[in-house]
Design a protein around this ligand. Structure first.
Ligand code: SAH
Length: 251
């Protein structure tokens, strides 16, 4: 059995109990060493083989999984955050399917959720934004034609931009030309939940400069939207005059 496990954003306490149990009992561990905090592997068995997939290509990862499987060994394939977000698990899953190898996926706390926590923010504020867009800038991986940052910006929704901290000037240009006001609040969180975590707050006008001044060039998310501002409406859920399935309103 191959278990794809979301390791969480960095803090080793932010992994699920199930993910931890599977790592602690694995015979072979293949982890995405560029971002996974090695401390999540601290409970591994002394006899476990541990491999860093940053040095491996897809064929090598699959060969290692299939060799382990044929010996009846348990494999933990550890991805950062949640494996469903820029985790490249689909291509692994499809190869395992072709080989008839069983697998399962254990979710994790994505860095975009650890980022909200670091900011003490709610991404979905009533009357501000009820939609969250997770995206990235075009880099070496191209963007599908209808998903250019500029097009997504027209919604003025809450936007979370992965993998793009090296392109801040271009990002701000696309976002403002796409329809966000230049004074829209923006924040950058570097290494959310790690001891080295840094938070920068500003607006689209000054956030690129703040990132430059702080020397941040990797492992950071940019979040944009009026959810970072001070105006919003109270929820209906806890409105004393609003009846829900669990509670009768006072009116
Ligand atoms: N599957 C991961 C994302 C992998 S893509 C997840 O769910 O979080 C890698 C990108 O994620 C990085 O370039 C950075 O933009 C972001 N990232 C990963 N960990 C982060 C962290 N602790 N703090 C801020 N951004 C992080």
């Amino acid at each position: 059995m191959i278990s794809f496990i979301g390791a969480g954003p960095g803090d080793p306490e932010l992994i699920t109990l199930k993910g931890r149990r599977l790592i602690d009992s694995a015979d072979v561990i293949i982890y995405a060493g560029s971002l996974v905090n090695p401390a999540v592997l601290d409970g591994a068995k002394g006899t476990a083989e541990v491999h860093n997939s940053a040095y491996m290509n897809l064929d090598e990862v699959i060969d290692m999984m299939s060799a382990a499987e044929s010996k009846g060994l348990k494999v933990a394939r550890v991805h950062t955050g949640d494996p469903s977000i820029y985790g490249a698990i689909r291509e692994q899953i499809d190869r395992l399917k072709d080989l008839g190898i069983e697998y399962e996926v254990i979710p994790g706390v994505s860095s975009f959720l650890a980022t909200a926590a670091a900011l003490n923010a709610e991404y979905t504020l009533p009357d501000v934004s009820q939609t969250v867009i997770l995206t990235r800038m075009e880099g070496r991986t191209p963007m599908p034609p209808k998903e250019k940052l500029r097009d997504l910006a027209s919604h003025n929704a809450t936007m979370i931009i992965f993998l793009s901290i090296g392109f801040m000037d271009e990002m701000v240009k696309e976002l403002t030309e796409g329809g966000y006001r230049p004074d829209t609040p923006a924040a950058v969180v570097y290494k959310a939940s790690w001891p080295e975590q840094k938070i920068l707050r500003g607006t689209l006008k000054d956030i690129a400069e703040k990132v430059r001044d702080a020397g941040i060039d990797r492992t950071a998310l940019t979040v944009v939207g009026d959810f970072l501002g001070d105006d919003y409406s109270l929820s209906k859920l806890y409105d004393k005059n609003f009846t829900t399935g669990y509670r009768k309103g006072m009116e």
